[in-house]
Structures are given as C-alpha cells and as structure tokens.
Design a protein around this ligand. Structure first.
Ligand code: 8YV
Length: 313
C-alpha cells in the first residue's frame, strides 16, 4: 500500500500520537469539533483506522470510510470494535495479545491480596493517624484458599500459575473444558462461584459475556466470597453487585474495570473494604511499550505486505 492515510480514533500517549503522525498522514478524530462533518468530508481518503480497546470503532464510522482496509487496535480486548460490521466488509482487525498477560495477571493477584488483607484500607488507616488509637480489622487468608477463574485463556492461565505458587486450589469455567490443563472444570458458573473463595474474571468482554456474572452468580459467591474483575465491567451485573455488597451478601470486591468507565457507582466509594482501580491492568511502562510496538509492527506489516502480525480478523 502506497502512502496510506490513517484515522486515529483517540489519543494514546503523546509519544505514540507523535510517532504515528510523523510516519503517516494521520487524521485525529478527537481533535475535530464535528466528527460527522469531518468524516463526511475526509472519510473517503482513509485506508486504515488506528484505535484502542477504549475508543473502539463503530459500524457508523466504518460506513463513513469506504476504502477502509484495516483497523489496528491497541489493547487485547476489542469489544468496542463492531467486529460483525468489519467482517461483513472484509476489513482486517488486529489487537495486541500476549504482551500484557503477565501484568494483568500480576494485577489480579495484587487485587486479590489487597482485598483479602485490606491493604488499601490499612494504608488509609495509617495515613489518617488511627494506628494505636483503634484496632484494625482482621483480613482473610489467601494462601491455600479456593480460586475460581472465569475465562481460563491466556491471562487466566497466567493467574492460575501464580495462584499455584500460593498453594491455592484452582477451578475454572469456560464455555468448554480445556483438555490441555489439569485444573478442575466447572460446567456451571454458579457452581464455580459457590465453591470459590475468590472468583477472578479474566474472560473477554462483548456480547458473548455480557451480564454473565449475574445476581445468582454473585449470591452463590456469597458473604464469604470476593469478586476480582480485571476483564470488563460489562461481564458483571453492576447494580446487583452494588446491592449485594451493600447488604453484606457478597463478601468483597476488587475491581479494575466498571460498566461505564470512568464512572464508578457512588455506593461503591462508600464501602471502605473494596479495592477500586482506574483500569490499569496493562498499565506498566514495559507492557505499554510492548503494546505500542505491536501496534506499529501490525501497521508496518499491513502496509508493506497486506498481512497483520496479530490478527483478530
Ligand atoms: C488497555 C485493556 O488499557 O488490553 C485491553 O483490553 O483493557 C487495556 O490493556 C486498553 O485496551 C487501552 O485502551
């Protein structure tokens, strides 16, 4: 492809944005006051869209870009990209898998321990001068406990390996049993939740998992159970989660992702034992650099050979 024109759906780091613009003619849609008018005027010249798991790409945007050949996305999750619309038009799509597995799994373990051992709460307790004035509540044990994993894929397996080092008993739920692993399989998510002390979500987002962790699953996890979500907020029935946590019918939650980011329900902010993070699963310098490199590798490979390095479609 000779001198393609790019459309970037949202800002990543300044270094990323500058590098993209210095390599290719790039339109920045987020800098346009009237996106629809901008697309109507310039959409016809765009060959490739660069986006992320946050900004995605809707069918409407694709429709405004008639020559579109590829959507290159930063992030492993591509749920806000309309994959059916892309498939229908034979538009290729890439993501950035694998390079973030370790850091997301590290964070899942960190969230589990932070929640069980009340790390964030303890930090606030010390800073506010309460130490020595009042007792700090006891936490719960992690080592040797039961870990349920929803979505034993690339990231889920990394969590399982780490949890094995904590002598945890591990079971998982996927749509199908994975014959290559020795962890116990639960064909029912409710049964997995009833069994588990900690339920970690590492499944994909999007329509196939929307609301999968519903009220019944959360009730099955129960007052002694803790939900850890490093997947997508859409996987959980968030109003039910809030209600059960408030009522003490779910023991705890440690959440890196929410239904409508960056909005976090006010009720959750009032529950001090919860651990709430601003979607930082892949957010280390090392991993973000590798994700960025993979975006540029996909771009270069598609432009020179018409092939993506890590295709989704
Ligand atoms: C990113 C993520 O922060 O990779 C994913 O699916 O959720 C995160 O790594 C996000 O996609 C970047 O916008």
């Amino acid at each position: 492809m000779n001198k393609p024109t790019l459309l970037q759906m949202g800002p990543l780091t300044d270094a990323f944005n500058d590098r993209l613009s210095s390599l290719h003619r790039t339109h920045r849609i987020w800098e346009q006051q009237d996106r629809d008018a901008f697309l109507a005027e310039n959409g016809a010249e765009v060959d490739i869209i660069v986006t992320s798991g946050r900004f995605g790409c809707s069918a409407d945007v694709m429709a405004a870009v008639p020559k579109l050949k590829a959507i290159i996305s930063f992030g492993v999750g591509y749920d806000p990209i309309d994959i059916d619309a892309a498939r229908a038009r034979n538009i290729r799509v890439s993501n950035t898998p694998d390079v973030l597995n370790d850091c997301v799994a590290d964070l899942a373990m960190g969230l589990m321990i932070a929640s069980a051992r009340r790390i964030a709460e303890g930090d606030r307790f010390v800073r506010s001068g309460h130490w020595g004035q009042q007792p700090f509540p006891l936490g719960s044990r992690v080592s040797g406990k039961r870990l349920g994993i929803l979505g034993l894929g690339r990231i889920g397996n990394c969590v399982a390996r780490r949890a094995s080092g904590f002598d945890m008993e591990i079971r998982y739920h996927n749509r199908r049993e994975d014959p290559t692993v020795s962890y116990g399989y639960e064909s029912s998510l409710i049964d997995l939740a009833s069994w588990a002390d900690y339920l970690v979500l590492t499944c994909v987002g999007g329509p196939s998992t929307e609301g999968l962790v519903n009220r019944e699953v959360l009730q099955a996890l129960g007052p002694k159970g803790t939900l850890i979500n490093v997947a997508r907020g859409s996987v959980v029935d968030q109003p039910a989660l809030v209600e059960l946590l408030q009522a003490g019918r779910l023991g705890g939650a440690a959440l890196d992702v929410f239904a409508e980011e960056p909005q976090v329900p006010a009720e959750l902010l009032d529950l001090p034992q919860l651990v709430l993070l601003p979607h930082i699963g892949s957010g280390t310098q090392e991993t973000r650099q590798q994700m960025e490199a993979l975006v540029f590798d996909n771009l270069a490979s598609f432009i020179s050979r018409g092939e993506l390095m890590t295709p989704v479609l």
